[in-house]
Design a protein around this ligand. Structure first.
Ligand code: FPP
Length: 245
């Protein structure tokens, strides 16, 4: 008797890289009559949840938009509250993250950060550089346009010095000058709080990302919401400009 034919449906692909615009901390706090910084503090709990969620789903890269180049315009008390949260997060969680195989990378303009935060970041990156389970990319003082402008400037310098010919410039050369060099482009960008825009986040890298907008405010976002976004990604057909045939 011949063996029964078992149809083996292919496992849906787990996204390699999830990037998140963590929006809605202020509204979360306001709805409770609390100061905005308490919304950000609650947002750190959501960060912890999502890092756990990525590890259990097998996602290899997670990028979090923690502070944009435009966020410097916020009131000084909110800016310093956010910087304190970042200090606390790195100090408190580094051991657990490092022990769990998480590599930390920070992208953005570090020159604007306080020296002690720059040192903390450099130390966290050095301590975790050989970890491979999950790369946690924190976008801090980050702006996509600034990143592309800086890349153009470096490429122009290479051309001016005669080390690069203009016709050698292609997408790979540009990508090689971005903060995200070596990191695959995001498969998914999630934005919470119902807003539907990119707000200067990973402008080059999101050319073919699936955009998923979620109504929940960031402090309410958890592992189940991450899993739901992944399921939504798995239902979508990515065609990269082709026909999908
Ligand atoms: C946007 O909400 C959120 C931010 C500008 C900050 C996000 C930062 C954290 C969640 C904490 C620190 C991060 C890490 C990685 C430890 P909003 O304040 O613009 O909300 P609103 O639109 O409701 O006012």
């Amino acid at each position: 008797m011949s063996e029964p034919v078992v149809s083996q449906a292919a496992e849906p692909a787990v996204p390699r890289h999830v990037a998140i615009i963590m929006d809605g901390n202020g509204r979360w706090a306001k709805a409770r009559g609390l100061p905005r910084n308490l919304g950000h503090r609650q947002g750190v709990d959501a960060v912890r949840e999502v890092v756990r969620g990525c590890r259990s789903l097998g996602i290899r890269y997670l990028t979090l938009y923690a502070f944009s180049s435009e966020n410097w315009k916020r009131p000084q008390s909110e800016v310093s509250g956010l910087m304190d949260l970042l200090r606390l997060y790195i100090r408190r969680e580094l051991k657990e993250l490092a022990g769990g195989g998480v590599r930390i990378r920070v992208i953005g303009d570090r020159s604007k950060l306080d020296a002690d935060i720059r040192d903390l970041i450099a130390d966290a990156e050095a301590q975790t550089r050989d970890n491979t389970v999950l790369t946690l990319v924190i976008a801090l003082s980050y702006g996509g346009q600034d990143e592309i402008v800086a890349a153009c400037r470096r490429i122009a310098e290479e051309v001016a010095a005669g080390r690069l010919q203009p016709e050698q410039i292609d997408a790979g050369v540009v990508a090689g000058q971005l903060h995200t060099v070596g990191i695959p482009d995001p498969d998914i960008v999630i934005r919470t709080s119902g807003e539907q825009r990119l707000s200067n986040f990973l402008l080059w890298q999101t050319a073919y990302s699936e955009l998923i907008f979620v109504d929940k405010l960031w402090p309410d976002f958890g592992q189940q919401d991450l899993a739901a976004a992944v399921a939504e990604f798995q239902r979508r057909e990515r065609r990269y400009g082709g026909t999908g045939e």
